[in-house]
Design a protein. Structure first.
Length: 279
């Protein structure tokens, strides 16, 4: 059967979170590095499509290829472990601690950033012929994204910060649903379709993804965009990370766990206690 019932795939989510917490430092960083690199390469690809076609929907339709690739290969995004790792703690798996969850998050953040920055440098180099000339139209567009999504939020003050945080929440509601999508089917085609749909929504709606932003904003800085590292951290990355954490865990992780795992023993007990009608 290619489709798993919710109680089955949510248990797989908890199992996955437990395995990530106990994964070695080397493996965690390598997998996170590759995830950051592949996802941000797809972001570069999508921006190139948008610039060349003038049709953002086409870029959004094709961007999920990066997400699908990295999850089929078993790599990890910060947005994914924000949802999976805490479930193992909440489920009281043996040996799982808050320190273990925080360690996992920290290592994945480092790996994702390193992978994203690698692609950012390559993109900046390629679009300027080794920094020997101004960026081409794709590089220019990425610089504009960096300015509009840092200084643009800052111009609105507290309302801008709240908007940024909510976009981060909405983003990981969709992205973490894509992570779950990788677990609800046992066939490759089923996994791909289930992952593709929510990632398309997040990208087209221009929600804020902490790992994609690890590429877009350092790229802009490398290309001479008019915002600072402090602008990037305060008016994008930090609030986006927090929004991603809250949105993914609240809207995806806890809702699924609460209704499909926490209530499972009671449903099973009720079923066992229900009198059978003689044939």
């Amino acid at each position: 059967m290619s489709y798993l019932a919710p109680s089955e795939f949510v248990t797989k989510m908890v199992d996955a979170g437990e395995s990530k917490i106990f994964m070695s430092t080397r493996d965690t960083i390598i997998r996170a590095y590759m995830a950051g690199a592949i996802l941000t390469l797809a972001a570069w690809f999508a921006v190139t499509i948008n610039v060349n076609t003038g049709q953002p929907l086409i870029g959004a339709l094709l961007f999920p290829v990066g997400f699908v690739m990295l999850y089929l290969l078993g790599f990890d995004l910060l947005t994914g472990v924000f949802v999976l790792s805490p479930l193992a703690l909440i489920d009281k798996r043996p040996g799982v601690t808050i320190g273990g969850v925080l360690r996992n998050w920290g290592l994945v953040f480092i790996g994702n950033f390193a992978g994203a920055f690698t692609v950012a440098f390559m993109m900046a180099f390629v679009t300027t012929f080794g920094f020997s000339q101004p960026p081409d139209k794709v590089g220019t567009a990425i610089g504009i994204i960096g300015e509009s999504r840092t200084l643009g939020y800052a111009a609105h003050g507290a309302a801008g910060m709240a908007t940024l945080f909510l976009r981060g929440m909405l983003c990981n509601w969709m992205v973490s649903t894509g992570v779950v999508g990788a677990m609800i089917s046992t066939s490759v085609s089923g996994k791909v379709i289930a992952m593709w749909m929510p990632i398309l929504v997040f990208f087209y709606m221009v929600f804020e993804h902490s790992v994609v932003n690890m590429f877009l904003f350092p790229s802009g800085l490398l290309l001479g965009a008019k915002f600072s590292i402090l602008d990037y951290l305060i008016w994008n990355e930090i609030p986006t990370v927090l929004g991603n954490l809250v949105g993914g865990l609240a809207f995806t992780g806890m809702t699924l766990y609460t209704t499909h795992v926490m209530t499972l023993p009671k449903r099973q007990a009720d079923k066992a206690a229900k009198p059978r009608v003689a044939a």
